[in-house]
Design a protein around this ligand. Structure first.
Ligand code: PEP
Ligand code: MG
Length: 326
């Protein structure tokens, strides 16, 4: 390692003109936490809690979850760990839960829909574990809700958090209501982003699902891979709209889909105004290095030009050249 590489791995990075961009890791297994830290992640921008619930006969208890969350927070004493509440259904069924046999599971009962419906008990138990962990872990915990499509769903989820906090208070149990956020991964969330952002501290764009739903292209369906490209103008406009809604409502805005981990798109994302990027652990060093080469003011100019593109090819050209005349 050269001294410069050590530098990149050990502290948050800023653009050439001094804008700090939080670079976090997506974690879906406990073992990935240490790897994320050693690769220089500032924290965890997407902690997928499904691993706690899969490959077992029954749901994990509140105490088991609490301990796991505290351990995660202790890995990043100076960072933030954004825990996503259980996101099952769709491609992530859990055998001991009563998941309906749906013809089209990706358009069915998944994410927050289950937490506010058949899995309310599970949701409350997870929130209890999280609020307790927020009080006891070293790092900063944040909670975010998956697959929200309406402001009312978010309101109900937040009411559940308040109710859980009231119960913990009555019981005399230590807890903290942490920073709260919502994933933007449905067109419904994009179009109501102002009303969502007004209710929370942050938004995080999940481009894997958002691309699937905006472009009507199933995840991992190779026949439509070409359409399922986050560099499509429709995607750029959705991201831009969401960033604007977040900042207008004093919420920070992150991205935790695969798009965030592509260093060739870092300039575009910084230019569009993302405050945080969360990605697969392996891509953290490259994206951190990319941020340090970017001038945020210039990036914003390039991004506004890319936003006016009509075709993906124009977007690609404009991203590659940074040239405003193509
Ligand atoms: C996403 O949809 O972009 C996302 C980050 O969540 P997941 O890939 O776990 O559905
Ligand atoms: Mg998703």
């Amino acid at each position: 390692q050269t001294p410069n590489e050590v530098d990149v791995r050990e502290k948050p990075v800023t653009t050439v003109d001094g804008i700090e961009i939080e670079i976090a890791a997506n974690v879906g297994q406990h073992a990935e936490l240490e790897r994320a830290k050693s690769q220089g992640a500032d924290g965890v921008g997407l902690y997928r809690t499904e691993f706690l619930f899969l490959n077992r006969e029954a749901a994990p208890s509140e105490d088991e979850q609490y301990e796991t969350y505290v351990e995660a927070l202790d890995v990043f004493p100076n960072g933030r760990v954004v825990v996503r509440t259980l996101d099952i259904g769709g491609d992530k069924p859990v055998p001991y839960l009563d998941c309906p046999d749906e013809k089209n599971p990706f358009l069915g009962e998944r994410g927050i829909r289950r937490s506010l419906g058949p899995d309310t008990d599970l949701f409350e138990t997870q929130l209890r574990a999280l609020l307790r962990a927020a009080a006891d872990g070293s790092g900063q915990l944040s909670i975010m809700f998956p697959l929200v499509a309406t402001p009312e769903e978010l309101t109900t989820a937040l009411e559940t958090v308040s109710a859980v906090a009231d119960t913990l208070e009555e019981e005399g149990v230590d807890y903290v209501v942490p920073e709260l956020g919502v994933m933007i991964e449905t067109p419904g969330a994009v179009f109501t982003a102002p009303e969502l952002a007004a209710q929370v501290d942050f938004l995080s764009i999940g481009t894997n699902d958002l691309t699937q739903y905006i472009m009507a292209t199933a995840r991992e369906n190779e026949h439509v891979a070409d359409l399922r490209d986050p560099r499509r103008p429709a995607m750029l406009r959705a991201i831009d709209r969401t960033v604007g809604a977040a900042h207008k409502n004093d919420a920070w805005i992150g991205m935790c889909g695969e798009m965030a981990g592509n260093p060739q798109l870092t300039e575009l994302l910084v230019g569009l105004g993302l405050d945080e990027l969360s990605m697969s652990v392996v891509t953290v060093p490259d994206v951190k290095a990319a941020v340090q080469t970017i001038d945020a003011t210039e990036a914003a100019e390039h991004a506004s030009y890319a936003l006016k593109a009509v075709t993906r090819e124009q977007v690609i050209k404009r991203i590659q050249s940074g040239n405003c005349n193509q």
